[in-house]
Design a protein around this ligand. Sequence first.
Ligand SMILES: Nc1ncnc2c1ncn2[C@@H]1O[C@H](COP(=O)(O)OP(=O)(O)O)[C@@H](O)[C@H]1O
Ligand SMILES: [Mg+2]
Length: 320
Amino acid sequence: MVSDLSKSQLVGVLYGGDSPERAGSLASGKTAADALVSEGFNTLLIDTAEPQAIESIQKIDVALIALHGPGGEDGKIQGLLEILGVPYTGSGVLASAVGMHKPTFKQLISSHGLDTPKWITLDPSLTSDEMSKVVESHVGWPVFIKPSAGGGSLGAGIGRSPSDFAHMLADLNRQDYLEYLVEEYVPGRPCSVGVIETSGRPEALPVHDVETDREFYDYAAKHDPSKRIENCPSILPKDVTERLQEEAVRIHMLTGAHGVSRVDFIVDDNGRSVILEINTVPGLSDMGNLATMAKAAGMSYPALVTAVLKTAFNRSGHGW
Ligand SMILES: Nc1ncnc2c1ncn2[C@@H]1O[C@H](COP(=O)(O)OP(=O)(O)O)[C@@H](O)[C@H]1O
Ligand SMILES: [Mg+2]
């Protein structure tokens, strides 16, 4: 196995794949590969949905993982790379799996006293009446529904009443998710904090917050800049942003994440914040919020991608 980064190595940028988040991954991979080429790296784009992907992976010296969602962000590709002996960026198998499965992650952080919306998981084989009853007794209306292992706000939405909830379930049922997560609905501003290990320890990037007229930070608002206003650094009070940054670093460490991550929060009008999730492969495109946070910290996009690439070579001993 190669143990350090040099420009003579072949860097494979793993992107695409067959998860519902393929579109975002294509953008992450292409712009990250362009940045690496501009920095003089020998770069090969590998779409993991292609049948020859494994052969290509066996030719590379290091993998930059730009895959989002199941298959790429949940420990599976990380396990394959471990077995093949190819160094790769970001978190190992365990942290990737914990980060992908929101209920497991929520259980972990709440056991450490951190605040995350009250929740329950539902097996899709229950009828919608059965689910409604469970939700009513454990969470209460309104609720926020999302796939337990989803991303990009896909399949997510607000259930304000049992009939609303039944409509959302019908939509989700068409999509093959293994489990649904139903949370207490928390009104407020979506905020994110990127965490990056450039000097061997995790450090928070400036807080990014979003204002949108949509009901929540949904797929449309994430993909159409005219449907959102982004603030980075955040316009929230300093005591709140500093708290989010401290929590993000703590969560990165509690999850056992490595290299880079992004923690998503909701902050209400009184400054109360709740933790929604950790993304162990945050969107890496030049227009994405990690790049925006890096820019606010004075780090160019090519410098960010190079810093992410370097995380493949400084994995700590227990970084599984
Ligand atoms: N419990 C909740 N209450 C209110 N809004 C929520 C809740 N959970 C998620 N959201 C909204 O959905 C968006 C995406 O949720 P998140 O948990 O980050 O999942 P994803 O993996 O899809 O990004 C959030 O930015 C927020 O706008
Ligand atoms: Mg999110």
